[in-house]
Design a binder for this molecule. Structure first.
Ligand code: SF4
Ligand code: SF4
Length: 360
């Protein structure tokens, strides 16, 4: 067990944690959690670590990622200590620990930093436009080029090193063993959880949970499809009717589902939508704006009106750049990536431990 960090509780509050110090360790949350078992006992363990300031133990744990935030633990907690929201806050905290740039932590802790980053990008793009540096065709060309460059560079420069740091803290430091065969055989876990998030369905049998899972599944497919259509198939320049219709369809899917996410967050009817961190809002709002603005730009192209309303393309580009440079590498989007790797790493840790037991 590591030595306590006396400021850990205060740090977690900045990542969205509420009232977890009210916990009196009754264990109800762990008892009601459908995803918690003898091997993966949470959330009480994480609440204890947080109350005691055991930040190093939290950093080495994958358990915050094994929670799919159904909110059952918070509903049943007699002390209203909001263990579900604590698990969510721990995930944000862990993202800031994995991120070598330090920007995730800065953005999660400061709303003003988020707003400044968005404004900086918007002023940069509109400033460049009014400087007259490129004509409209060049803006479209460089906009498309940016999409390709952003995907490649954000992944290789920021996300990949962060995943390696996550692996070092949660796998290597815990096992000190490298069984290549285990890494290879566990790989399907990564892709299955990345695309299906099927563990959500184990949270509970309620229809609302199934709908929630289905919407997430649809939005992941819609988002990936839209990315492929705009970047690889170059939707805005496409003349093939199938590509054009596919782009409209996918942007409409992204727009409709993200609108429903926003609607649910505003209603606060479920435990998991009761607390929304600014990063949660930015994620769903920018997802909606991307679907909407992409659709509007393509419609202007089809109507031959883009030149007259070119500011709309610039708006779409601004939303896209903000998404690619702020939300994807440092914001809520990373949950999608780290959670999938957490499921993969968890399998590796367990299989490595089992191999060690069999060897003994
Ligand atoms: S149910 Fe509430 S009080 Fe009981 S252990 Fe969990 S967080 Fe603590
Ligand atoms: S939010 Fe749901 S999955 Fe997460 S710890 Fe609580 S009961 Fe378990």
């Amino acid at each position: 067990m590591s030595s306590p960090d006396l400021k850990f509780g205060k740090k977690l509050v900045k990542y969205g944690a509420v009232d977890f110090n009210a916990c009196y360790n009754c264990g109800t949350c762990t008892a009601v959690c459908a995803l918690s078992n003898e091997e993966e006992s949470f959330p009480r363990e994480m609440v204890r670590f947080s109350v005691l300031g055991l930040s190093e133990d939290v950093k080495g744990s994958l358990k915050p990622w094994l929670c799919y935030y159904c909110g059952e633990c918070s509903t049943h907690c007699p002390q209203l200590a909001q263990p579900g929201e604590l698990m969510m806050s721990l995930r944000r905290y862990l993202i800031s620990c994995y991120d070598w740039t330090g920007l995730s932590g800065l953005l999660y802790r400061n709303l003003s930093a988020y707003i400044a980053a968005f404004l900086f990008i918007a002023i940069g793009i509109f400033g460049l436009f009014f400087s007259g540096i490129w004509n409209q065709a060049e803006w479209m060309h460089y906009g498309h080029l940016f999409e390709i460059m952003a995907i490649a560079s954000v992944f290789t420069v920021i996300l990949l090193p962060n995943i390696i740091r996550m692996w070092y803290a949660t796998v290597w430091k815990q096992t000190k063993k490298l069984h290549i065969k285990t890494y290879f055989l566990s790989l399907p876990e990564l892709f299955i959880h990345m695309f299906t998030q099927k563990r959500t369905l184990s949270c509970n049998d309620e229809m609302s949970n199934k709908i929630w899972w289905f919407e997430h599944f649809i939005v992941v497919i819609g988002y990936m499809g839209l990315l492929f259509t705009t970047v690889v198939l170059d939707w805005f320049a496409a003349t093939n009717i199938l590509i054009i219709v596919l782009g409209y369809f996918l942007s409409a899917v992204v727009f409709i589902v993200s609108f429903h996410f926003i609607f649910n967050r505003m209603r606060k009817k479920t435990e998991k939508s009761s607390f929304s961190h600014p990063s949660d809002w930015f994620f769903v709002i920018w997802l909606l704006l991307m679907g909407l603005s992409a659709c509007a730009v393509r419609l202007l192209i089809d109507l031959g009106l883009l030149s007259a309303y070119f500011w709309l393309y610039l708006l779409h580009l601004t939303i896209l750049v903000q998404w690619a440079l702020v939300i994807v590498p440092f914001g809520k989007w990373t949950h999608f990536l780290y959670r999938s790797f957490a499921m993969y790493f968890d399998k590796i840790v367990k299989d490595t431990a089992n191999t060690a037991v069999r060897t003994v």
